[in-house]
Design a protein around this ligand. Structure first.
Ligand code: SF4
Ligand code: SF4
Ligand code: SF4
Ligand code: FES
Length: 951
C-alpha cells in the first residue's frame, strides 16, 4: 500500500546515455532509452491506470489495466512492459481503452469484498483508486459467482496480516520478495481462478522462510497484506522523514504519524542507502519507544543497594555534577570519564566528548566502537589514509567478485544484503570467508564459488596465504601499485607474503582451509574484474583485528581494487552510528576528524573554539577505565546510551569494576544491565524524540528528525548540556543544528555539512567540503587520502587463547536478524517471536561426543567464566567450533569471553574463546547470582514512580 507521501512512477528508473523522444497524448517526452511507456507518461504527468506495476519492481504485465494504443503497433500493448522508442506516438485515453479497463476492473471487483468503508486501506487502496479512475459504475457479472471472499486470514506474523479474500493476484508481493528482498518466500499457486498467493508450500507466513522485511506489504496495492498497526490505528495524518536507529545501513524511513503516535514506518524510496527497502527491525520493531519499561523520570541513590528515588531534573543533574566534582577533588582530575554511544546522534556524541575534554578536563572518553570497529579505524588510516570505508552501497552493483569476510550481511546488514544478493543473482561471483556457514553461502539463486571455512582466530594466516597466491602467481596489478602506492612498502610486503611459510599449503594446517580453495579464491578475486571486499566484526574482534584490516587493505591495493566504483574495502559497521561516533572524536586519543590530541595546532584550534586549555595526552580507553577502577583510581563514569555490563567482554571483570566506583551516571531508555550498578539515572530519548544526524557505514550523514516530544522532557544532547553547565563548563546550544555547525567549523572533512545542506541533498557522504561540495561516494579516486597507499607487513601471530584438553572447543559469537546487539530495544518488541533466547550452536559430532541433544541445557565454561544455554545441534558450525548470539543478558555470553584484545586498539577478542561444553541440568552459578541481583534491582526500582505510562 502506498505511503501517504510517495509518488509511484510505475516502473523502475533506467540509466542510459541514450535519450529517446516520443509523443504521449500529443505531448513530446524525452527519457533515457529502456524506460517504459508507463514511466515516460508518468514523468510528463500523464497517469495511466495500473495495478500490477510499481516503481520498485520490474514490470510484469499481468493486470492489463495499463493498455495503450501505439501508432503502427498491433493490438493494445501494456505500457508497463513496453519500452519507449524514438518517434513512438502513444495514446493513453480513448473509448476503446476505457471500455477494456472498465471490463478488467469489473472482473476484479466481482471477486472482492465490498467493505471499502471499513477497510484499513480505505483512501489508500490502489484497487479503489483504479475503480474511480476507470469510472466503474456497475459490475455486470454480479457478486454471486464463485469467489474467494470467505478465505481465512493469516494473522501469524506479529506485524502484518494476510487477508487472501482481498487479493487480486497481481503478484507484486511475490516479485517484491524475489527481486527486492531476495528471500523467495512467496509463490502464486495454481492457475486462473484458482491462483492464490502462498507463503512457502502453503504454510502460514510465520512458518515460511519469510523474514518479515515488509516489502510485500509495501508492494501490495490492496489491503491483502496490511500492517497490524495500520488496522489498529487507522490512516496517518502526516509523515516525517527520519533514519533507522538500528544498524549501520542507515535506512531512510517516513514515520507516518497520527498526532504524536507512529502509525507505521515506511521505507523511503528516495533513501540513498535503502531505496525504499527495509528489514523487520527498522520497519516494525519500534514498540520499545513506548514500552512500559521505559523510565521517563530522573532518579538517584547513594548506594546500589538503596532503592531508587525519583527526583526533579534539577536535583538529578545537581547531584550528578556535585558527585563528579567531589570525586575529582578527592581522587584527582583523571578519576572520572565518559562513554559515548554509537546509538546516539553525532551531535549527542560530540557534546559528550566535549564535556569530558573541556568540562572534566581530561581525555577519558571512549565509545562502544572500541569493542567493534576500532581496528577498522586504525588499519585503514595506516594503509589508505582514512578511517572509513571506501564506497557507497550502490557500488556493489558494479562489483564482479564480492568477497565477504567475517560478516553476516543477511542478519547484520539485511537491506544491504538484499542489494548484494541482487548483484549476485545478476552474475557477480561470491567468496565467503567465515568459520560458519552463513546464509549467503547458499541462498535461493545464489551459491558462493568458495566458502573458506577457516578456524576462528586464523584470519591473518588466511589473508597472507591469499596474498601469497596473488604475488607468487604474478597476479599483482603492477601498474596500479606503481602509480598509487609507496613502492618500498610494497616490496617489503611482497617479499614477506612471497615466503613459502605464507603459502596456502603451509597455512592449511593453521587455517583448516584446503590450499586449492585458497588458490582458487585468490585467482578469482585478482582476475575476476572489479573485486569488492566487505567485512565485519569477524575481522575486527580478534587479537589481530587491526592486522587483518591492514591485510585486507594490502590485498585490495595489490589487486588494484581501490579508487573506483565496484571495488573497495568496506567495513560493515554494526550499529547505526558507529562511523559517526568515531568521526565525532569519541576515542581518548582523537579530536573529531581523527586528529590526535597531541597535535599542537589541532589542540589550539579546539582550545580557541571551546575557550579551555585542553590536555595533549590521550585518556583512558574503556578497558583501562576498568583496570583503573579496580586499582581504586577511577571512581566516576558518565555513560550515555551504552550497556557495558552486557556488551563488554568478561562480564564479571566489568561488574567488579562498576561496583568499585562511587558515582555511575547512566543515561538510557531502560534500567539496563549497567544501570543496575548506577547511582544516577538520567532518562534518555529514543530516535523518534530528537533531531540530529547519524552517519552510516558508507560515511553517509542522514537526518534524524523529531516525530514526537521527548518522553522525559529532554533530548539527550540537552541532558549532556545540563550536566556540562552544572559541572561548570557552559554550553548553550539551542538546537542540534548549531552543534553540527560547530563540528563543521572545526573538522576539515565536514566543512560543507549543515542541516540545511543535508535537507537539500537528502544525505551527504563525508568528506564534504570545498573540494567535494556534494560529498564523496567513492574515496581514494586518483590518489589515496594519505597520498600513496602504504602496504604493511602482517605477520600472523596466533592468539594466546588456545584450545587444550580442558577447553577443547572454540566459541565464536554473532548476531541474528530479529534481535539487535544487547537486545534492549528489540527484546521489547514482537521480534521475540523469532528469537526469544540465545542458543549454543554445536556440530552433531561434538554434540554426540558429549551426549548433547537438540534443546538440552549445555554448560559452557571458559577461562573467564561459565554459563548455560540450550543446544542447537547444526552442521552450520564446523566440528570443534561452537557459536552463540548475545542478545539476552541472562545468557551470559560475555561471562565466557575473555580479556584478550587487539594489540593496537584493545578491541576485545569476542570471536575466539576456548571453551568446554557439557550437558547440565541447571543454570550456572553466575546465572543464579545474576537472577538474584536483577530481581533485587527490579525491586529497588519499583519504589520509584518513573515508568512510562502510555495514555
Ligand atoms: S515480509 Fe519480506 S520476506 Fe516475508 S514474504 Fe514479504 S517480502 Fe518476503
Ligand atoms: S497479496 Fe497483494 S500484492 Fe500479493 S498478489 Fe495479492 S493483491 Fe497482489
Ligand atoms: S537494515 Fe538496518 S538500518 Fe535498515 S531497517 Fe534494518 S536495521 Fe534499520
Ligand atoms: S500495470 Fe501494466 S499490466 Fe498491470
Amino acid at each position: 500500500m502506498l505511503s501517504i507521501a510517495e509518488k509511484d512512477l510505475g516502473t523502475p528508473k533506467r540509466e542510459s546515455a541514450e535519450l529517446v523522444t516520443l509523443t504521449i497524448d500529443g505531448q513530446e517526452v524525452t527519457v533515457p532509452a529502456g524506460t517504459s511507456v508507463m514511466r515516460a507518461a508518468a514523468l510528463s504527468d500523464v497517469k495511466i491506470p495500473k495495478l500490477c506495476a510499481t516503481e520498485q519492481l520490474e514490470a510484469f504485465g499481468s493486470c492489463r489495466l495499463c493498455l495503450v494504443q501505439i501508432e503502427g503497433m498491433k493490438g493494445l500493448p501494456a505500457s508497463c512492459t513496453t519500452p519507449v522508442a524514438a518517434g513512438m506516438k502513444v495514446t493513453t485515453q480513448n473509448k476503446q481503452l476505457a471500455d477494456i479497463r472498465r471490463g478488467v476492473m469489473e472482473l476484479y471487483i466481482s471477486d472482492h469484498p465490498l467493505d471499502c468503508l471499513t477497510c484499513p486501506a480505505n483512501g489508500h487502496c490502489e484497487l479503489q483508486d483504479m475503480a474511480g479512475v476507470v469510472g466503474l459504475r456497475e459490475v455486470r457479472y454480479g457478486y454471486e459467482g464463485a469467489n474467494h471472499l470467505t478465505v481465512e486470514k493469516d494473522t501469524s506474523n506479529p506485524y502484518f496480516t494476510f487477508d487472501a479474500s482481498k487479493c487480486i493476484v497481481c503478484s507484486r508481493c511475490v516479485r517484491a520478495c524475489d527481486e527486492q528482498q531476495g528471500t523467495f518466500a512467496l509463490t502464486i499457486q495454481n492457475r486462473g481462478f484458482e491462483s492464490t498467493v502462498s507463503a512457502s508450500q502453503n504454510v502460514s507466513f510465520m512458518d515460511s522462510e519469510c523474514v518479515s522485511c515488509g516489502a510485500c506489504v509495501q508492494a501490495c496495492p490492496t489491503a491483502t497484506l496490511t500492517e497490524k498497526s495500520l488496522i489498529e490505528k487507522g490512516q496517518a495524518e502526516h509523515s516525517i522523514t527520519t533514519t533507522c536507529a538500528y544498524c549501520g545501513v542507515g535506512c531512510s524511513f517516513r514515520a507516518e504519524m497520527k498526532g504524536e503516535e507512529v502509525v507505521r514506518m515506511v521505507p523511503n524510496m528516495d533513501g540513498h542507502a535503502n531505496h525504499g527497502h527495509s528489514c523487520v527491525k527498522g520497519r516494525f520493531a519500534i514498540g520499545y519507544a513506548t514500552h512500559s519499561d521505559r523510565i521517563v523520570k530522573p532518579m538517584i541513590r547513594s548506594k546500589i543497594t538503596d532503592p531508587w528515588r525519583e527526583v526533579s531534573w534539577e536535583e538529578a543533574i545537581g547531584y550528578a555534577a556535585s558527585e563528579l566534582k567531589r570525586i575529582q577533588a578527592k581522587y584527582g582530575r583523571d578519576s572520572i570519564g565518559g562513554i559515548t554511544s554509537s546509538r546516539c546522534t553525532n551531535e549527542e556524541t560530540y557534546v559528550v566528548q566535549k564535556l569530558v575534554r573541556a568540562g572534566f578536563g581530561n581525555n577519558n572518553v571512549d565509545t562502544c566502537a572500541r569493542v567493534c570497529h576500532s581496528p577498522t579505524g586504525y588499519g585503514l588510516k595506516n594503509t589508505l589514509g582514512e578511517s572509513a570505508g571506501t564506497q557507497n552501497f550502490d557500488s556493489v552493483m558494479k562489483a564482479d567478485v564480492i568477497f565477504v569476510i567475517g560478516a553476516n550481511p543477511t542478519d547484520g546488514h539485511p537491506v544491504f544484503a538484499s542489494q548484494m544478493k541482487r548483484r549476485l543473482r545478476q552474475g557477480a561471483k561470491l567468496i565467503v570467508a567465515d568459520p560458519r556457514r552463513i546464509d549467503l553461502v547458499r541462498t535461493p539463486h545464489i551459491e558462493a564459488e568458495q566458502h573458506l571455512k577457516l578456524r576462528p582466530g586464523t584470519n591473518v594466516a588466511l589473508i597472507n596465504s591469499l596474498a601469497h597466491v596473488v604475488v607468487a602467481e604474478g597476479l599483482v596489478k603492477e601498474d596500479f601499485v606503481r602509480a598509487r602506492c609507496e613502492m618500498p612498502s610494497f616490496e617489503k610486503w611482497r617479499n614477506f607474503v612471497a615466503q613459502e611459510r605464507n603459502s596456502p599449503e603451509a597455512m592449511e594446517a593453521v587455517t583448516g582451509v584446503p590450499a586449492a580453495d585458497v588458490r582458487a579464491a585468490a585467482r578469482l578475486f585478482a582476475t575476476g574484474g572489479n573485486g569488492a571486499i566487505y567485512y565485519g566484526l569477524g575481522v575486527t574482534e580478534h587479537s589481530q583485528g587491526s592486522t587483518m584490516v591492514m591485510g585486507i587493505a594490502n590485498l585490495a591495493m595489490a589487486t588494484g581494487n581501490v579508487g573506483r566504483e565496484g571495488v573497495g574495502v568496506n567495513p560493515l559497521r554494526g550499529q547505526n552510528n558507529v562511523q559517526g561516533s568515531c568521526d565525532m572524536g569519541s576515542f581518548p586519543h582523537e579530536f573529531p576528524g581523527y586528529r590526535h590530541v597531541s597535535d599542537d595546532s589541532v589542540r589550539a584550534l579546539f582550545e580557541d573554539a571551546w575557550g579551555m586549555k585542553l590536555l595533549g595526552e590521550p585518556g583512558l580507553r574503556i578497558p583501562n577505565m576498568f583496570e583503573a577502577a579496580l586499582d581504586g583510581e577511577f571512581k566516576g563514569l558518565y555513560i550515555e546510551g551504552e550497556d557495558i555490563a552486557q556488551s563488554d567482554p568478561n562480564t564479571q571483570h566489568v561488574t567488579a569494576a562498576l561496583t568499585s566506583m562511587e558515582c555511575i551516571i547512566v543515561q538510557d531508555l531502560f534500567l539496563n544491565e549497567s544501570a543496575k550498578f548506577a547511582h544516577v539515572f538520567l532518562p534518555g530519548s529514543s530516535f523518534l524524540e530528537k533531531d540530529g544526524t547519524f552517519t552510516n557505514a558508507e560515511r553517509r550523514i542522514s537526518r534524524v528528525r523529531k516525530v514526537m516530544k521527548p518522553k522525559s522532557g529532554y533530548a539527550d544532547w540537552e541532558i549532556t548540556q545540563l550536566l556540562s553547565n552544572a559541572v561548570g563548563y557552559p554550553m548553550n546550544y539551542t538546537h542540534p543544528s548549531e552543534i553540527m555547525d560547530e563540528i563543521a567549523r572545526l573538522t576539515p572533512t565536514f566543512t560543507g555539512v549543515s542541516f540545511d545542506r543535508i535537507d537539500e541533498l537528502g544525505s551527504i557522504q563525508w568528506p564534504c567540503n570545498a573540494e567535494h561540495p556534494e560529498g564523496t561516494p567513492t574515496m581514494h579516486i586518483g590518489e589515496f587520502v594519505r597520498g600513496k597507499g602504504k602496504f604493511l607487513v602482517t605477520e600472523y601471530v596466533p592468539t594466546s587463547e588456545k584450545v587444550n584438553a580442558r577447553y577443547p572447543l572454540i566459541l565464536t559469537t554473532g548476531r541474528i536478524l530479529s534481535q539487535y546487539n544487547v537486545g534492549a530495544q528489540t527484546r521489547r518488541t514482537e521480534n521475540n517471536a523469532w528469537h526469544d533466547e540465545d542458543r549454543l550452536e554445536i556440530h552433531p559430532q561434538d554434540a554426540e561426543d558429549r551426549g548433547i541433544a537438540e534443546g538440552d541445557w549445555v554448560g559452557i565454561e571458559s577461562r573467564a567464566g561459565d554459563t548455560v544455554l540450550r543446544a542447537r545441534v547444526t552442521e552450520r558450525v564446523q566440528p570443534g567450533v561452537v557459536y552463540t548470539t548475545f542478545h539476552f543478558p541472562e545468557s551470559g555470553a560475555n561471562v565466557i569471553t575473555t580479556d584478550n584484545s587487539d594489540w593496537a586498539t584493545n578491541c576485545p577478542e569476542y570471536k575466539v574463546t576456548a571453551v568446554q561444553a557439557v550437558r547440565v541440568s541447571q543454570p550456572s552459578e553466575w546465572q543464579k547470582r545474576f537472577r538474584e541481583f536483577s530481581e533485587t534491582q527490579e525491586t529497588l526500582l519499583k519504589s520509584a514512580d518513573v515508568m512510562f505510562v502510555d495514555k
